[in-house]
Design a binder for this molecule. Sequence first.
Ligand code: LAN
Length: 753
Amino acid sequence: MGKKDAAGVSSDTQPLLEKSSTKKRLSFDLTDHVAKRQRIEERTDHTRWRMRDDKGRQSWVYLEDDQALQDWPQSFADKYFLGLPVNAPDLPKPTNPLDAVRNGLEFFEKLQLPSGHWGCEYGGPMFLLPCIVIAWYVTKTPIPWYYATEIKNYLFARANPEDGGWGLHIEGETSVFGTSLNYTVLRIVGVDADHPVMVKARATLHKMGGATHAPHWAKWWLAVMGVAQWDIVNPTPPELWLLPDWVPIAPWRWWIHIRQVFLPMSYLWSKRWQAEETELIRSLRQELFVEDWAKINWASHRNTINPRDNYHPKTWVLNTVNWCLVNIWNPVLRTQAIAKKGEEWAMKLIEMENENTDHADLATVSGPMNTVCLYVKEGPDSYAVRRHRERAHEFLWMKDEGLLANGTNGVQCWDTAFAIQAVMDAGLTEDPRWRPMLMKALEFLDDQQIRENVKDQDKCYRQQRKGGWAFSNKDQGYAVSDCVSEALKSVIILQKTPGFPTLIDDRRIFDAIDTLLTYQNPSGGCSSYEPPRAGTWMEVLNAAEVFGNIMVEYEYPECTTAVVTALSLFRKHWPEYRTKEIERFIERAVKWIKTAQKPHGGWYGSWGICFTYATMFALESLASIGETYKNSDYAKRGCDFLISKQREDGGWSEHYRACETGEYIEHPSGSQVVMTAWAVIALMKADYPNLEHIKKGIKLIMDRQQSNGEWLQEAIEGVFNKSCMISYPNYKFTFTLKALGMFARKYPNETVV
Ligand code: LAN
């Protein structure tokens, strides 16, 4: 890649810190940026975009220079991501599931990136791009014209065709959150207020009450911009970080994402910092509100919210706490010294996060917020700010519709682990045809294993992570129970396959196991990043309004199963290592899975939609201890639940609203390949006896495969915090392949075509 990078890559995406004249260039750009209008075009030339994969750090580069264009040709994967013709050849029509797997792999292999992983768009949430773009604006970070142009195109493409607004996520109904922030983004990237798209969006925003009706996070961003006044923002006092650790509500006990968002929020709220006033900011004050801006009683709108944004209404407890903070704590009791101490400790924690992630930060909300905090604290040219600026590129993704923000800095380790397992499930790991692809994938996971705990782990409230894997890459470095598990399984599978080297030695495998064993909760189940540090009662303090289940960790059938299956595989190969603990862990974990079954027989999914996803995992857990349809009532009821949802055409199709409501809901657009794959995998794991149901599902998956081996994108697959959906585009490859491969191996004599 080095050679390509050297060749005239647009200067705006070139790593800033590698330039000798950075300081000079930046100070020029900053004044320029404020004075001049943002340059924006109708579209960019899509043949000039390239995905740069620097050992699993992904960023999109726009080649303005013709010579660079020739030196760095567009790859198959680049074209695929951009929706350009890839001209993948037609393959012989498969007559059985295993041939369909081979065709699928033929296509999917071409999407493997140079460092050995699979990447993809990880969009869906519509509040992430605003975090990045507003942070750029208030920190006077220049926005390259080709970013501005494609951000505009993406948001235009994603505006609700009826009312012109934007929702919480791409399939969601229009909300004040989505509309107020994305409208602001469009103005920042240079779209005029009288553009028809803006006129329509503004009318919709006003119908919903305008920005005074936005949820907490939007009000916070607008206050940072100076478009709203700080009095409209419910309090986020940084002095909460000064509470002793034993205090039941102390923030270190909150879910990692909410505490990492609260951290920068609290810092800037305390400072009541606002960006330098500009023409645009003055104009937005007129555009975003229904009321006359000068006359708005900001404090009276702290709790004003449009019902569409109010998924989790604030509890009376939180409202009372907020009232006390606003009316007693802030004006009477909060001394300068306390505020200063709180701010200082919050900043220290932000700095530790930067150090631990090399300024990439946990995800796409806290990262941009931290950028602004550092800009305020250290000034525009500090190392931390410049490093944040360049790492922001790793959160952006370019596709046919334009430029969007990913939920994290990629899905590298996660999708790579599933890709390996799909090949394993089809029994093709020893086939020399797939060895180079698998070898590269193994090398990637080898490189991405986290080798050390973070510095001062206890001080910054982090969880043990040594030997683990993150969802994205090791730079981000947050080990997650199921990411560690899936990666570990894939490594063990390959390293135990004849012909593959042992890149990760036993000690490193044991490190992963040691970390995995820390994830079990007293109940037996496993959560995501850390075992829960407080009870679910903490949800009474959920201030975000738009999300559910956000304040603490919960136990999840998905995470629990991943750990169970990883430990089960591990103990087959290393029966001597921490034997008793592993045995007990598995026993207690599966017991918990049983308690989590819903009366209808399914399990609620928190990270995929919804009952179909989690039921697949739960049935796999049961199967891992030998409980299947014929000998387990739990497994039987799980299968019966899935069978009751199978559609006429053999497929399954669950709508994202199931995640919000907790009831299974059919997707109006009919069967979905990914969900069908989840359901048939579940039935096969549970040894469901009536093969006809499984065969019908397998046939649907095969029928949907294109002649070049690929599957096309259908409805959104993933979810978080109950209300926000997120895309997992590689699932249409990894889970379909897994389902077909499992079928081929389990029922080698069955035909489906
Ligand atoms: C993710 C992505 C991966 C996901 C799985 C590994 C699939 C899951 O099994 C465990 C939880 C995890 C790691 C997860 C947690 C929440 C994330 C990070 C996300 C859904 C991606 C984006 C989301 C994050 C919270 C978005 C920012 C929004 C906030 C509410 C802070």
